[in-house]
Design a protein around this ligand. Structure first.
Ligand code: SAH
Length: 213
């Protein structure tokens, strides 16, 4: 039983879920207790209101590990996007994982946009990720991202998200039928119009709403 954030991270490391030092550092730098009041240090999902949940810590640890090549790097104008930012916790992890990066969240439900913003302020950081209200299914504008994480399941791959990746970028998204088992899928954009997909594991996520391709 984990009672502190450090205990939670140590447990995930012991189980082999955290294997990279950058993931461990990021998860230690962000106290999950700032993002969810109930049982923050237990490895399980929790309600965040509006019928949504914050994912279990092991899923967020896996997500960071899988996005490693796009996140744990240096360079100019590094950008990450978290679609369905909810509590704001994964946005915070992305920012802690790469202090040089610009991190944005996009969230459909206005109450959760506010919740995410409020939670991120609690970190007391000089620069925190920005969360905007909108849908990951609609055009995301001109920005291109090194890494995109999607925290809800899509029935099919949203073309706008692939478009929003930089060449060489990675997109991690649960894909498959709604309210059933989906596959966490890693998309690697090879060129402007070519990408590969790899099914990583079977998962069960809440559905992305407002899906239109
Ligand atoms: N990753 C977050 C929340 C995961 S729950 C966390 O761990 O706290 C999935 C989130 O996706 C919810 O907040 C939900 O409101 C949001 N969402 C659902 N459909 C969306 C869409 N089309 N665009 C943006 N956000 C969406």
């Amino acid at each position: 039983m984990a009672f502190t954030n450090a205990d939670l991270v140590a447990g995930l490391k012991r189980e082999g879920i955290i294997s990279s030092p950058f993931v461990e550092r990021a998860m230690l730098a962000v106290d999950r207790g700032l993002f969810i009041p109930q049982n923050p240090y237990v490895d399980s999902p929790q309600d965040i209101g509006s019928g949504q949940t914050i994912s279990a810590p092991h899923m967020h640890a896996y997500a960071l590990e899988l996005l490693k090549d796009a996140v744990d790097k240096s360079g100019l104008d590094i950008r990450f996007l978290d679609v369905g930012s909810g509590s704001g916790y994964f946005c915070a992890l992305l920012a802690a994982a790469n202090r040089e990066a610009t991190v944005e969240g996009i969230e459909l439900v206005p109450e959760l946009v506010e919740l995410g913003k409020k939670n991120l302020q609690k970190l007391g950081w000089e620069r925190v990720p920005e969360i905007r209200q909108g849908s990951g299914w609609q055009s995301l504008g001109v920005e291109r991202y090194d890494a995109i994480h999607v925290g809800a399941a899509a029935a099919s791959l949203p073309t706008e998200l692939v478009k929003a990746l930089k060449v060489g970028g990675l997109l991690l998204i649960p894909l498959g039928p709604q309210h059933d088992t989906q596959f966490l899928t890693l998309v690697h954009k090879k060129t402007d119009n070519e990408y590969t997909t790899r099914r990583v594991m079977a998962v069960r996520y809440v559905p992305l709403v407002d899906q239109k391709n």
